[in-house]
Design a protein around this ligand. Structure first.
Ligand code: NAP
Length: 249
């Protein structure tokens, strides 16, 4: 299944590495033009090369997603270059793990401002061009721990849980303009983010997964593509878990 030929201009935040990079490559291979954002355009070189090798066009954008102006500038750059925005994948995120008693207010705030605030700024920024076009697809990258909780990640879980409410409210507000808003919630995926865990922590986590293996960034990219493809047209305000059964118990 390819993307809708009318829905080809897609903004992916956190496109330099891990899940965002895989999403950019997957969507480009299905015919999309990708505007990829990271903290620095230099970090996007490998993604740009892979997107172009897959036959796609790539627009490299930089900035801190927790700053509203980054989102406004990114959307303006897309509209200037390609005349509109058909899809947003708000994927960039960070962790600042610590037990609640030791978690600083700064670490709580930076995770909420980046993971939840960043998604809000980008969702808000694409709303205007998408409403004008009377079509759009938005995927926010959440996490399975939004529903389960996770010791040491109170800030991260709070921010990711916030994305679910954000998506549901936006889905209700924007549905009449043919704009869908969903969350893809990955489980334990092999990226730089999870490479920071010890071997023991990773083995223990893998044991809890029904499919007995960590996910790959490509596993998540497939689900994002589904929601952006014509097959996902009647799905909005939902959370799609891509966790290999981790959340089953
Ligand atoms: P990752 O490998 O650590 O990559 C993070 C990406 O976000 C990078 O492209 C990074 O850009 C970008 N980024 C971080 N902070 C940013 C900021 N303030 N402004 C702009 N860009 C920023 O992470 P990942 O594992 O692929 O995770 C991607 C998403 O999936 C995150 O939202 C994460 O919470 C979620 N997730 C991951 C897992 C997992 O197991 N890996 C599980 C559930 C959910 P630079 O290269 O410029 O730093």
């Amino acid at each position: 299944m390819s993307l809708n030929p009318d829905q080809l201009r897609i903004l992916v935040t956190g496109a330099s590495r891990g899940i965002g990079k895989a999403i950019a490559i997957e969507l480009a291979s299905r015919g999309a033009k990708i505007a990829g954002l990271a903290t620095k355009t230099a970090n996007l070189a490998a993604t740009q090369a892979a997107v172009e090798a897959a036959g796609g066009e790539f627009l490299a954008l930089e900035g801190d997603i927790s700053v509203p102006e980054t989102a406004q500038a990114a959307v303006k750059a897309m509209v200037d270059a390609w005349g509109g925005v058909d899809g947003l994948v708000a994927n960039a995120g960070i962790t600042r793990d610590n037990l609640l008693m030791r978690m600083s207010a700064a670490d709580f705030e930076s995770v909420v401002q980046t993971n939840l605030g960043g998604a809000f700024h980008f969702l808000k920024a694409v709303t205007r061009p998408m409403m004008k076009q009377k079509s759009g697809r938005v995927v926010l990258v959440g996490s399975v721990v939004a529903a389960t909780g996770n010791p040491g990640q109170a800030n991260y879980c709070a921010a990711k849980a916030g994305l679910h409410g954000l998506a549901r409210s936006a889905a209700l507000e924007l549905g009449s303009r043919n704009i869908t808003v969903n969350v893809v919630a990955p489980g334990f995926i092999q990226t730089d983010m999870t490479d920071a865990l010890s071997e023991e922590q990773r083995a223990a986590m893998a044991q809890k997964i029904a499919l007995k293996r960590p996910g790959t960034p490509e596993d998540v990219a497939g689900a994002v593509h589904f929601l952006l493809s014509p097959s996902g047209a009647y799905i909005t305000g939902q959370v799609l878990l891509v966790d290999g059964g981790l959340s089953l118990g």
